[in-house]
Design a protein around this ligand. Sequence first.
Ligand code: NAD
Length: 259
Amino acid sequence: MNNDNILITGSTSGIGLATARVLAAQGFNLMLNGLESEAEGSALADGLKREFGVVASYYQADLANTDQLYKLIEKAETDLGPIGVLINNAGIQYTATLAEFPPEKWDAIIAINLSAAFHTMQRLMPAMKEAGWGRVINIASVHGIVASPQKAAYCAAKHGLIGLSKVAALEYAEHGVTVNCICPGWTDTPILNHQFNEYAKAHGVSFEEAKSGLIQTKAPYPELINPEAIGKMIQFLISDSADAITGTSLPIDGGWTAQ
Ligand code: NAD
């Protein structure tokens, strides 16, 4: 490993924030990003600096907007230096049948969950190749491997992200740059709240009952996955032990995709 600078998109909440904390504890420098205000995001970055003594910075950028995405990359390189590890994590969800899926929701999910990763990879990977080392970790989903009803855009984006990652892995393997996807199942973050609320309404149960009910519709493991577990897998993928792991899609899904 020869570069300690990491850009994590969507790192103000959930998996991204948990991963930032895991990696800051290992001494990595971090560029955080999200939709939250500069004041809120900078408070998170300052907290990491104080707690772990690392360099940490924040830039509010809507990754559906390519100009803002490019500015995020500029800010990351200015504040941290060359970026050795790119974690494409920002993502949104929307559920509706295909017949009723709002086209603007389709466009937003494809832009944020898929196209943003193309743009960050296109901008940052040539410098990793030049340096002879780099890591790209894309947070896909079980829905990059299997489908569920009402998730047309999300499944299309996550399947696409796995395809994009495989191509990049092949193109960069000989240059010391690996590209992998992690495919979480039900993970304990705010992105699931809407689905739990809908399940609770439909089944006349409490929010807590909806959690376990919905989890068990898909996964044999009956608990929500701790987002920190995703961060720990990322920590391993960044390490030198993972030099030969590239082009993979690693499920952390409580057995969901074993069925
Ligand atoms: P979350 O809602 O807690 O966090 C999402 C993050 O993305 C936030 O920091 C938010 O600010 C950011 N974000 C959203 N839209 C953005 C935009 N337009 N531009 C920039 N940032 C934006 O959700 P999470 O569960 O932590 O999700 C992280 C990733 O994990 C997503 O890609 C999601 O699809 C994936 N994932 C989550 C689960 C799960 O069960 N939680 C399962 C599989 C995959």
